[in-house]
Design a binder for this molecule. Structure first.
Ligand code: MN
Ligand code: MN
Length: 467
């Protein structure tokens, strides 16, 4: 066969991927940059799940969404939302088709790994005051040492009043820190495995050091409690009914001299949460009703009233179905869910943990990572999307020039993980994972590529429009 012929055949038969930046024009490049500025602002305002929900509602209301109320009339284009206890958010734009034809659902989560304060966190030792923590989600504990941290959350008083607490957010505000051992004395520490550099029980936040002026015991703790009372009108007992989260004090910023990447805390999974929120706001009158979920508790198994296993999802969707005289079960079986969660990006420094990235691993700047299966040890516990589900996304992405790639969570038997996908699949909904590839996932400072952030938004927008 002539050489041109073989090239043609190769062209026809091989699956090849193009670098993302070779697939977009200047106009799209500008849209990408604008989108990523908006995302950085969202991430900056959303250091906790509560703040992400609050910011989501603020943006949704500005775009015409109203709180769902029983008895509301639903017509194509109606925009409603349901605030689930301030910690998760459900939004819908009613379509022209009946809900009996199913909904187009995108589900992301807005909780991220962090250090939660224990119920009775405050203690004094050697004239220093600390806050005890219990970590939330999968972290490498050593990464949380010797970096600036902030405290965000709420305290509910006996009266029922809930007070917002934010320490360290404003540039002039003080930060918190967990101290690390100096290398000079770290001989024993450095010979331990990384998982034992610091014990979970020792992840204590340094919170103060000046004693109260009068004589007595625990004078530093007394002085700190006085400051807390001045600032928030709370006592030590009030901390018993609180949710206070220590999070990294890193503002989202561009990374790389070419500004192609974004560094920040909580890309997992606020980068997909923002993509679907924004796609929702940009959806006018879809064919299938579009549903957007910002879930809580994914990092600890999607449990609880605000996690994706909660019936809160059925309550909301059933309300909408009832308004149209449709049975929820018929809506569910005809629905399709994109579980919009981040995947791991190929990291050349740790290349040995993933398969060759040209095959099954996601790479930075190659677009949305579609993850057929997560799981571990023989795909255990994962959703494992069907060929038809993958095919549906392929068609939508091709029709809308969405740059995408297949993603896989590391080499076989290297590790694994989960998303909300399995819990959506269990509800009799066709489900598939798709999201932004991330470097240093679950670290206090994670990195994503702007191109992939934008393509994930575009992909979910196309899904709402065309499924
Ligand atoms: Mn995630
Ligand atoms: Mn995660």
């Amino acid at each position: 066969m002539a050489e041109e012929k073989i090239d043609e055949l190769r062209e026809e038969l091989f699956y090849t991927q193009k670098h993302g930046y070779d697939t977009i024009d200047v106009q799209e490049r500008l849209r990408l940059e604008d989108y990523c500025e908006d995302y950085k602002a969202f991430l900056s305002a959303s250091r906790t799940e509560r703040e992400a929900v609050r910011e989501g509602i603020r943006q949704a209301e500005a775009a015409g969404f109203v709180p769902w109320q029983a008895g509301m009339e639903l017509t194509p284009g109606t925009r409603v939302y349901k605030n689930n206890r301030g910690k998760s958010l459900l939004l819908a734009v009613i379509g022209t088709e009946s809900l009996a034809e199913g909904a187009n659902i995108a589900a992301a989560h807005v909780d991220s790994p962090r250090l939660d304060l224990k119920p009775l966190p405050l203690y004094e030792t050697h004239e220093l005051v600390y806050l005890k923590t219990h970590y939330y989600g999968g972290i490498k504990k050593y990464q949380w040492l010797a970096i600036p941290l902030e405290l965000h959350g709420v305290v509910t008083k006996k009266s029922g009043e809930t007070i917002d607490v934010v320490i360290g957010r404003d540039p002039e505000d003080p930060k918190l820190v967990i101290t690390d051992l100096l290398p000079h004395l770290a001989k024993d520490q450095m010979s331990k495995p990384a998982s034992e550099f610091i014990k979970g029980e020792n992840l204590n936040l340094l919170f103060g050091s000046i004693p109260y002026a009068e004589e007595g015991k625990e004078r530093v703790k007394l002085a700190i409690l006085s400051l807390l009372r001045d600032r928030y009108d709370i006592t030590e007992e009030d901390l018993l009914s609180a949710e206070l989260e220590a999070v990294p004090s890193f503002a989202p910023c561009d990374v790389g001299l070419d500004r192609s990447l974004i560094g920040g805390y909580g890309h997992d999974d606020r980068v997909c949460a923002y993509a679907e929120l924004r796609a929702m706001l940009d959806t006018e009158i879809p064919a299938h009703t579009a549903v957007c979920i910002l879930a809580d508790k994914e990092e600890i198994g999607s449990v609880g009233a605000t996690g994706m296993q909660s019936r809160a999802f059925e309550c909301f969707l059933e309300d909408l179905c009832q308004a149209q005289g449709v049975a929820l079960r018929h809506c569910l079986e005809n629905s399709f869910c994109v579980s919009a969660d981040v995947c791991n990006a190929f990291d050349p420094i740790f290349w040995e943990t993933t398969e060759h990235p040209n095959r099954n691993g996601a790479r930075l700047n190659y677009g949305v990572g579609v993850c057929k299966h997560t799981g571990a040890r023989g795909k255990s516990g994962c959703n494992d999307a069907s060929a038809e589900a993958v095919g549906t996304l392929r068609r939508i992405f091709a029709d809308n020039a969405v740059c995408w790639q297949m993603a896989e969570l590391g080499k076989v038997d290297q590790g694994g993980g989960g998303t909300v996908a399995a819990f959506m699949g269990n509800r009799n909904i066709n489900t598939i994972d798709a999201g932004v590839p991330v470097l240093s996932m679950h670290a206090p400072f994670e990195t994503v590529a702007k191109f992939d952030c934008y393509m994930t938004y575009k992909g979910i927008w196309a899904f709402y429009k065309d499924r």
